[in-house]
Design a binder for this molecule. Sequence first.
Ligand code: HEC
Ligand code: HEC
Ligand code: HEC
Ligand code: HEC
Ligand code: HEC
Ligand code: HEC
Length: 342
Amino acid sequence: MKTKVILQLVMLSFAIFLASCVKEGPAGLAGLDGADGQDGLDGQDGNVTCLACHSGNTISSRQFQYASSVHKAGTNVAYAGGRAGCAECHSSEGFIEYHANGSVDSDISMPSAINCETCHTIHTTFEYTDFALRSSTPVAMKIDAGTVIDLGDGSNLCINCHQARTAEPNTASPGETFRISSTHYGPHHGPQVNVFAGIGFAEIAGPVDYPVAGTSKHYQEASCTVCHMGDYVDKQGGHTFNPSLAACNECHSTTSFDYGGVQFDVEEKLVELRDLLVGLNVVAWSEADGAFEPNPGTYPMIQAQAYYNWIGLEEDRSLGVHNPQYVNALLTNTIEALKVVK
Ligand code: HEC
Ligand code: HEC
Ligand code: HEC
Ligand code: HEC
Ligand code: HEC
Ligand code: HEC
């Protein structure tokens, strides 16, 4: 587009240059003015209101908060943001293309971190309504397209990205054994909506009953935005996307996220489960990556499922808060099952 405009300008000046080379005599007198033309029709009223947004602190307050968000830091954009298979969640361009076309067709050469335009339709009609979310429709789960989740508010935007990508072993490939194919095997780093809704983990039988999906108090009364985007206070809430204590205290009084000691308990169980997996040689410490990783290989189904539950709940990173009962049932039952194996 820009190239074309420049090209036309060059041709025009070339024509003027040619014209100015032709020798001419002195100009004659100017003719009379012509009659006035007809008045044009009135145009439609313009709704373009840059100042509806570009004034006061509407934008700057969010920019200030967003400076503390991991989204803005975009740590993995260079690594994953350009790849067609990853871009829908890992770059702004990828997410926008995915929501316009339903897919990302090819790699993106200059991926950028998630920004205002990723989540909001800004600069479309140039009205305040452009702050509408790019998508807030219910989301079909990647691990089971038949499961569609509707959190009833802007949180539907979050769960396009914050969901598991790989189903638990016995759903993905039912059988006696399961092959853990790489050190990266697992649901992928952000299975938050699966934990929140209580779906998709390996429900190994044991002493604790699994709650019915979607019945937790948090699922029914809160949502991603309620806990993560409450009023901004001190690097929490608002557009930092960090959960805020102020939000918790809207419903129950607590001085830390470890309400009722749930996070402490979950952290202990995660360590116990990991150590059991290390004992079975499913997991080992990798000096190179500075992390506990699975040893690729074929394992009894229950052990592969136990690994999936451990890494998934580890990477959910709410330490039980997203769904206290479901997480407790998964960890308690998985630990009991592995103790029997040993
Ligand atoms: C819906 C609210 C909204 C409206 C209406 C709007 N803008 Fe913006 N504009 C934004 C946001 C949000 C950004 C991105 C700020 C950022 O990236 O941190 C932006 C960015 C810009 C930028 C880039 C510089 C900057 O501040 O980051 C320019 C230039 C701009 N807008 C011009 C305009 C003009 C001109 C209009 C009217 C024709 C307009 N905008 C209407 C919300 C709006
Ligand atoms: C469905 C969305 C989605 C897709 C597709 C996706 N990711 Fe992610 N990925 C996420 C989310 C969400 C996080 C951050 C979760 C968190 O911080 O809790 C993440 C985190 C990561 C991290 C950081 C892990 C860490 O320990 O900090 C890496 C690396 C990564 N992804 C690589 C990839 C690669 C490579 C691909 C493509 C093969 C990919 N992702 C595809 C959603 C996705
Ligand atoms: C990761 C997605 C995401 C990003 C990035 C993001 N926002 Fe938002 N924004 C939201 C969501 C979700 C809401 C609705 C929050 C709620 O429901 O409480 C929102 C609400 C808003 C609102 C209030 C809109 C209204 O209805 O009046 C403004 C203004 C806004 N964002 C501006 C910005 C600006 C400016 C940026 C960039 C600095 C930005 N947002 C970046 C997700 C995002
Ligand atoms: C376009 C995909 C996408 C959307 C939409 C999105 N996120 Fe994220 N989010 C990510 C990725 C990817 C990361 C990790 C950044 C990285 O590793 O580069 C992340 C990181 C985070 C983190 C920080 C995790 C940490 O490392 O501490 C929080 C909290 C978070 N997101 C919450 C939300 C909430 C709440 C919403 C909805 C309002 C949302 N996200 C919408 C992709 C997304
Ligand atoms: C009941 C409140 C609550 C709800 C609802 C909630 N979260 Fe969280 N979330 C938390 C808390 C608390 C943490 C752990 C923070 C900590 O311990 O530092 C957390 C952790 C996270 C993290 C890891 C980053 C971090 O700061 O540790 C991500 C990403 C995340 N939540 C995304 C989501 C998404 C997406 C949803 C909706 C599906 C959601 N959360 C719903 C409270 C909530
Ligand atoms: C919209 C209301 C609401 C919000 C917001 C909310 N919770 Fe809850 N939460 C509840 C209800 C209701 C229960 C079940 C009754 C109870 O245990 O108090 C509960 C239970 C819990 C439990 C289980 C307690 C136990 O001993 O089993 C934890 C942990 C928890 N919430 C942590 C948090 C944290 C941390 C936040 C803020 C990041 C938060 N909640 C935000 C309503 C909420």
